[in-house]
Design a binder for this molecule. Structure first.
Ligand SMILES: [Zn+2]
Length: 133
């Protein structure tokens, strides 16, 4: 089965506090954020799949010089979801000036936040976020 999952679908799901990926019918791998083909076997036989909210922080960086419209400093992190895919989001609830490598390996809960449209977007959008558990 090939059921399309568009960027708009992904954004709408985040507005409802759901995080969508796509499940591969050929190898059972979840790809997130949704893409046109499976990240493992490149199959286009994908259908939308809601991810769980738990993940583990793998790395992060503090953004101090931000693109226009963003409000530095803030933390961008890479986390491995319990469903498999590694996703990028903003780590919230942590002071960017008080981060250290102790953050790596911490368990986080994924959610999303509304982000005002800026020079690089067509409209307002939702950003994936991580909060320490
Ligand atoms: Zn696959």
């Amino acid at each position: 089965m090939n059921e399309e999952c568009t960027f708009e679908d992904y954004q709408k799901s985040m507005a409802d506090n759901k995080i969508l990926g796509v499940l591969c019918a050929d190898c059972n791998t979840i790809t997130a954020p949704p893409q046109a083909v499976c990240r493992k076997c490149s199959s286009p036989n994908l259908s939308p799949k809601e991810l769980g909210k738990n993940a583990t922080l793998q790395t992060f960086t503090v953004i101090r010089v931000a693109p226009d419209g963003m409000n530095p400093p803030y933390i961008v992190a890479l986390a491995e979801t319990d469903d498999g895919p590694w996703v990028i989001g903003n780590l919230i609830g942590v002071d960017p000036d008080k981060t250290d490598l102790e953050l790596i390996g911490k368990r986080v809960t994924m959610s999303s936040q509304h982000t005002k449209g800026n020079l690089y977007s067509l409209a307002d959008f939702h950003t994936l976020t991580f909060s320490l558990q």
